[in-house]
Design a protein around this ligand. Structure first.
Ligand SMILES: [Zn+2]
Length: 208
C-alpha cells in the first residue's frame, strides 16, 4: 500500500491531513489525495481506545455493583439463627432472640393482620419484694434480671407488646401487662422486622 504523503501527488503542494478523512482535496489543483494508511491507523487506534474505555466502564460497573451489594447486605445484615433462634443483638447474643418458626398472625376481635405472637428470649428486670414466710415472719426476696423465653403478643399497630410470664417482682404474683415495644429489645426488633411482613406468617387458627 502506498505510503500516505503530505504532498499532493499531482502538483506537489502541501496537503494537511485533517486526521479523520480518508481523502483530502488539494487546495491548489483539486486532486483528491488518499490518506488510506493514516486513516486506517486512526481507526485502529480509536477501536483499541474504545475497547479499553469499554473495559474500564464494565470494570467500574462491576466494582460499583459489588460495593452497592456490600453496603446493602451490611445494612440488611441480620443475625444468624442459632438452634432455631434468630440472634437479634450482636452484643448479647445469648440474651435476645426470636424463634421465627413460632411467629403467627393472631386473630383478635375476629380479625387477622394486626397482632403477631411468637416465642422470644429476652431479659426481664423485676423488683425485689417482701413476702410472708412459712414461719409467719417476713423475708426479703431480692430483685434481679432474668433471661427467659417468653410468649409474646405484639400489636403491630399500637407498637405495644405483652409477654406471658414476665413477673413484675420476685414474688412472681403479678405479671407485667402491655407496654411499648421500646421497652424491650426483642419486641422492638419484632415490631420493626416482622410487622411490615405480617402477611407472610401463618394464621393461628383459633379452636374456640
Ligand atoms: Zn495538487
Amino acid at each position: 500500500m502506498r505510503e500516505d504523503s503530505d504532498k499532493c501527488s499531482r502538483c506537489g503542494a502541501q496537503i494537511i491531513w485533517d486526521s479523520k478523512s480518508l481523502t483530502v482535496e488539494c487546495e491548489y489543483c483539486g486532486k483528491k489525495n488518499l490518506f488510506y494508511n493514516n486513516f486506517l491507523k486512526i481507526q485502529a487506534i480509536n477501536l483499541i481506545q474504545n475497547k479499553v474505555r469499554r473495559k474500564y466502564l464494565l470494570g467500574s460497573i462491576i466494582c460499583f455493583s459489588f460495593l452497592l451489594f456490600f453496603v446493602v447486605s451490611r445494612n440488611n445484615a441480620r443475625g444468624p439463627i442459632v438452634s432455631g433462634m434468630r440472634i437479634i443483638n450482636k452484643q448479647e447474643p445469648d440474651n435476645y432472640g426470636i424463634k421465627e418458626s413460632t411467629i403467627r398472625q393472631e386473630k383478635i376481635r375476629g380479625e387477622y393482620g394486626r397482632y403477631i405472637s411468637f416465642i422470644g428470649r429476652s431479659k426481664n428486670r423485676y423488683e425485689g419484694t417482701v413476702a410472708e414466710n412459712f414461719w409467719g415472719g417476713y423475708s426479703t426476696i431480692p430483685g434481679g434480671t432474668e433471661v427467659g423465653m417468653f410468649k409474646y403478643m405484639l400489636d403491630c399497630e399500637d407498637k405495644t407488646f405483652d409477654r406471658k410470664g414476665d413477673k413484675i417482682n420476685a414474688a412472681a404474683l403479678i405479671m407485667k401487662g402491655w407496654s411499648d415495644v421500646s421497652n424491650d429489645l426483642t419486641a422492638s426488633y419484632a415490631s420493626e422486622y416482622y410487622c411490615p411482613r405480617i402477611t407472610r406468617f401463618k394464621k393461628k387458627i383459633d379452636l374456640k
